[in-house]
Design a protein around this ligand. Structure first.
Ligand code: NAD
Length: 491
């Protein structure tokens, strides 16, 4: 379906204590990557407005923290139904501001709903635990909320990334502060309205716009107990360092440079589709996108399949746009630099034409660069666009050494028919998420999401079971009601 780009400018305020509050900070415009037209005006809050918002969140959290998990889950269940009802509307909006295709916008929201379903299942799964540890004495686990928690999210998944944490944090009894990307803030309007309609009490969900100033004010608020961040490695590290220096917990997901190991025995059809879709999906603007292809031995027939699929994509229909004109220009220049350094350009996205009527958008086509050298910009630097860099490797040992030279550790995949060789990649890859014959190895719920190395600062994961201890505390309760006659070393 073609993305319906808003034909009027959407005014984007802050959601504070259950109401939309126009920020008195410096406003800025949002333009659609599709056609360069203004579709929104955002009004970030002042520091005083942020303080008021967080105080309201903290006050609202007290009662929410006392509300039984099963009751909190009821609100989230309503939220799920509203998002499903409005799926198309939200998908059009988030695609308009981020440059995704409509189908990608929808898929991102569906993945967010999967996390919501995981959060709903906590009411039946996360039952804590209790046992009699000595005669008449019991120990018990109780999961308790932290209070107010905050999340800062990137442009590339305006709904999915916030939905990684919104349902889990709220289900666990926290109040949630969201600082959406300053490039894609409009989707937050739909998410906040859906939570309000679902019956979430005022104050428990807050949206504050802006950039570094807003983030700093959130981190420094005494009421904010934990900060989640998803974005580039540079800012992830910054937010992690600031937050933890204040004695607060932080979990900050950073950038990526994902490598795929392609072995000659791989199924060419599976590899062709899997690898092409991985580097072209969301126009390469996802932290799980394939970026480097480690081509081991003679895999030319596989590369031909990747080429065929990537070169058949139609811009604006099968592949979306790049978030900003500056980023699009950066990609064009990076291709030029690789060419100068000796790369053979198998597919040149610089030559791709913008879709009709969208000439002012930020377009570049899928690009395949062959004969890339290990250690070059095309291998080592996160470009964040639809560019696949091929490095020819003599064997799997060389491929794994290049893969593991990356500072990042988000994802790595292998395409092969050999269980033994795939197991070697799974074991040796320095990556938090590994795929076998899967181009985008995003774990499905309830398996958690998270990289390692420079792709993540902090411990645990941002979704799934491995996120629960980050977004809550575990209280240990030991109870005795009567004096016991049998004393032991504990008594
Ligand atoms: P970004 O780091 O520029 O921005 C992320 C967030 O930080 C935004 O909300 C932004 O407004 C805010 N921000 C910007 N400058 C800041 C500063 N100085 N101090 C505090 N906050 C600041 O990232 P982006 O360009 O929006 O997103 C793309 C990046 O996100 C890529 O590197 C991609 O790999 C990464 N990403 C990672 C994951 C993951 O799970 N590891 C998922 C999605 C995207």
């Amino acid at each position: 379906m073609t993305v319906k780009i808003p034909d009027q400018v959407i005014s984007c305020s802050n959601f504070i204590n259950g109401a939309w509050v126009k920020g008195e900070g410096q406003s800025h415009s949002i333009v659609s990557p599709y056609n360069g037209k203004k579709i929104g005006e955002v009004f970030p809050p002042t520091i005083d407005q942020i303080k008021i918002a967080i105080k309201a969140a903290s006050a609202a959290q007290v009662e929410w923290g006392r509300t039984p998990l099963k009751e909190r889950a009821r609100v989230l269940f309503n939220f799920r139904n509203i998002l499903l009802r409005d799926l198309d509307k939200i998908s059009h909006l988030k695609s308009s501001e981020s440059g995704k295709t409509f189908e990608e916008g929808k898929a991102g929201l569906m993945k967010g709903l999967e996390v919501l379903e995981f959060a709903l299942s906590l009411q039946n799964m996360d039952v804590g635990g209790r046992m009699e540890v000595s005669r008449g004495v019991s120990c018990e686990y109780r999961r308790i909320p932290l209070g107010v928690v905050a999340n800062i999210t990137p442009f590339n998944f305006p709904a999915m990334v916030p939905m990684w944490t919104i349902p889990i944090c709220l289900a666990l009894g926290n109040a949630y502060i969201w600082k959406p990307s300053d490039k894609t803030p409009l989707t937050s309007i739909e998410i906040a309205n859906a939570l309000k309609e679902a019956g979430l009490p005022d104050g428990l969900f807050t949206v504050l716009h802006g950039g570094a100033e807003t983030v700093d004010a959130i981190i420094e608020s005494p009421e904010v107990k934990a900060v989640g961040f998803v974005g580039s490695t540079k800012i992830a590290k910054l937010v992690y360092t600031k937050t933890t220096s204040l004695g607060k917990r932080a979990l900050c997901m950073g950038g990526a440079k994902n490598h795929i190991v392609l072995l000659p025995d791989a199924n060419p059809d599976l590899a062709g589709v899997g690898i092409s879709d991985s580097f072209t999906g969301c126009a390469g603007q996802r932290c799980m996108a394939a970026s480097v292809l480690l081509a081991v031995g003679d895999v030319d027939k596989h590369i031909a399949k990747i080429f065929d699929r990537a070169s058949s994509l139609k811009l604006g229909k099968d592949m979306g746009a790049i978030i900003t004109r500056a980023q699009r220009d950066f990609l064009v220049e990076a291709i030029g630099r690789a060419e100068k350094a000796g790369a053979k350009i198998l597919l040149d996205g610089r030559k791709a034409k913008a879709p009709e009527g969208m000439e002012e958008g930020n377009w570049i086509g899928p690009t395949i660069l062959d004969n890339i050298q290990a250690g070059s910009e095309a291998q080592a630097v996160e470009l964040f666009g639809p560019i696949l860099s091929i490095i020819r490797c003599k064997d799997i040992t060389e491929a794994m050494s290049i893969q593991n030279s990356s500072e990042y550790g988000n994802a790595c995949s292998v395409f092969t028919n050999s269980g033994t060789l795939s197991e070697r990649v799974i074991r040796e890859a320095k990556a938090g998420m590994v795929g076998v014959n899967v181009g985008v190895p995003v774990p499905r719920e309830p398996f958690s999401f998270g990289g390692i190395a420079a792709s993540k600062f902090g411990s645990g994961d941002i979704t799934g079971e491995h996120s629960l201890d980050f977004w809550s505390d575990v209280k240990k309760v030991t109870v005795k009601w009567e004096k016991q006659n049998d004393s032991n070393w504990m008594s």
